[in-house]
Structure formats: structure tokens, C-alpha cells
Design a protein around this ligand. Sequence first.
Ligand SMILES: O=C(O)C(=O)Cc1ccc(O)cc1
Length: 394
Amino acid sequence: MAASLSRPCFISLHLPYRQGWAQHLANAFRFQPVAVRETPRVRQLALRRGSAVFLVNERLAPGSASTSSQEFLYDVDPQPALGTASNVCFEVDDVLGLCKRLQSQGCSLLVPPTELRDDGGSVTYGVVSSVVGNISHTLLDRSCYQGPFLPGFQLIQGALSATGDGIEITHFDHITYVCPRGGARAALDWYQRCFGFHRFLLNPQESPAEGYVLGGQGVGMLLLALQSAQGTPAHGCKLVFAESLSRNGTNQVDTFLEQHGGAGIQHVGLCTTDIVTTTRALQQQGVRFFTPPATYYSQGGKAEEIRGAGQDPHMLAELGILLDTTVPGDKGRPGTDATESPSQEYLMQIFTHPIFSEETFFLELIDRRGAPGFGEGNIRALWKAVQVYMDQQQ
Ligand SMILES: O=C(O)C(=O)Cc1ccc(O)cc1
């Protein structure tokens, strides 16, 4: 029997020596530092916004490899040459049983079940390796723990819950992996088999057997997705597996593989309840977002589609926010009769520039107004915007 996992409790980022990204996440994205663990060689800082927690792992001393396999608690050391998001922690009921079962299914156990305790109680965790690139998963049972974060961490005094700054981020919506060519299907199967994720069709145009193939107009990409078994679509977390189908290797997926040094987490979608205010507030903090080509707002009835959803096309264009009204079961082109049903389901998205110094990991804001999937027009717009950005970088 497969495990049934719910929403991630944290996503771990690893930085090589002397990259101040923890500070950037805290300052620009206004994630709140909540707990810290420091040794002479490493610092692990937990940053929270809503229920989304990033664990930022930094090296305080030069040298690529840590000497102890347990230098980083609740994680393994991916020994990064560059910034990488390499671990997703899931809360589970039975760490021992799940680790045993995963091992019998051929998964490698990087950290065997381990118990840690402090005044707040005890937790048990193990770390398994994923089949995708450098990704690992921490499986954590903290049902017997009442402390502020996890044993081994100190609460950051004066950490206030962030309110009133206009940034409304509630939780992790999805995690998108870049897989090697030919690898997306195997990754999907592995997560279904081992972790009990369910298939999620990204879009009404997706064929379950083939996946969602985006072709034409310079895009060549296969997308497949899963939904965590626990929680409603509105509360679970999705995993999206992307694979390049392009013949020329100068697109965002191939560039990720090249600059990241292999497969891994390409982006994390952060759910917001107010994308306009949040984007504006983050832009004021210096966060840089991709802006879609100007034609995005003028082509194919997009302005009417946006108005039909009750949004202002000028405001979305000014900020660079994408909107899509495609809903499962929709047969035709989204937006054609948008003005007739203002209460329809839709979603809005915007993507940041890469966070680290390479063109690898980035963040997304996603505001779901009832729509659970991903808009084809939006994915194409992102693809094009990244292409323009990469051309400018050369
Ligand atoms: O739209 C999203 O958030 C996705 O996750 C789909 C996606 C996947 C890979 C890309 O390079 C671009 C878009």
C-alpha cells in the first residue's frame, strides 16, 4: 500500500558558502524568520509565510562537503555548487513503517528513522531519495511535538506574524520538477506508487495517456501532474513534472537542466488570496517578475476574458499578471463567452525571475478563484517571457 501524504511542511533550500539568499527571502519576500539552528559550520533558518515554510540551509565555512552526514538536521547535504531547492518534507503518521515499505520498493534511505526531542516533545523523521535529480524527501511525524518548530531549533524571539503589509501568501500550491528527457513518466509513476499521489489532469486538453503536450509557437514541453492524496484539491499540494520536447536546447527547461547540473525543483507555486496587492507589495520590496509579451493582453479576446472574470485588464497588464479561465470540462477556447458568466472559475499567476545567480529556481504567485488547473495561455506566456529574458542575458 502506498503512503498518503498531505501538504509539504517545509521545502529546503541549500546555498553554497556566502550566498545571502536567506536574507533576500526574508527581506524581499517578507517571509518571517521563525526558528534557527546554528553550528560552527552551518545555519538552518526556518522562514514562514502563512503555512508555507522554507528551510534555508547555509554554510558558514568554506568547503564543499560537510564532514558529518547529520550536519543539516531533517535533511541531507546535497553539497551544492549553486543554490538549489532539494528537499520537500511531508508529514506522515508512521515514519518507521513508511521507510521500511519504501526500502522494500527499492528506494534508498538516506537517513534512517531518527528520533529527536526537546522540552516541546519528540519527533521522528527519516529521509529518502527521490528518483528525480538531487531531490530528497524528509518524512516527519511531529504529532508528539508541541514546540514552535522542531527539536534542535531555537525560536527567534520577537518573530511576529506578518500582517498588514499587503502580502497575502497562504500555502504551497504546487511544486514543479524539471525531469530529464524521457524521465517525466517514470517520475510520475514513482510518486504514485511510493507516496500514493493521485493523477491530476492539468487542463481539459490533456490526454491521460500522453500527458499535456504543449507544442507549436516555439514551445516544446510535456507536463504531467499529481495531487497529494490527502486534502481537497483546494488544500492539497500538486506536483508537476516538466520535460523538454524542444529540439533546440535554449528553453527554460533545458536551461534548468544545464545550469542546475541535472533534474530538480524548478519552481514553487505560492498560493495567494490577493495577487494584485501581493504583487504590488513585493515589487515595492524589489522582487522582479517576468512580464508577458504585450500581445498577451491584446490577443484573442484576452481583455474581454479578464473583464468577464471581474478583473481589470489594465491593472493586470501593468503588473504583468496572467489570467486564465480554463476549467475542467471546458470544451472551447477559454473566454469566448466570458462576459456572460462573471462568476466563472479562473486563476491568476505571475512568476519571479530566477532567485539564485543561475537561471534555475524561481517562485510563482498563484491566485485560484475556483480553478484547480493550469492555463495553457499562461504557460505559453511564461515560456515566451523567459525566452526573451534569456536572449537578453546572452
Ligand atoms: O504553470 C505552472 O505553474 C506550471 O507549473 C507549469 C509549467 C511547468 C514548467 C514550466 O517551465 C513552465 C510552466
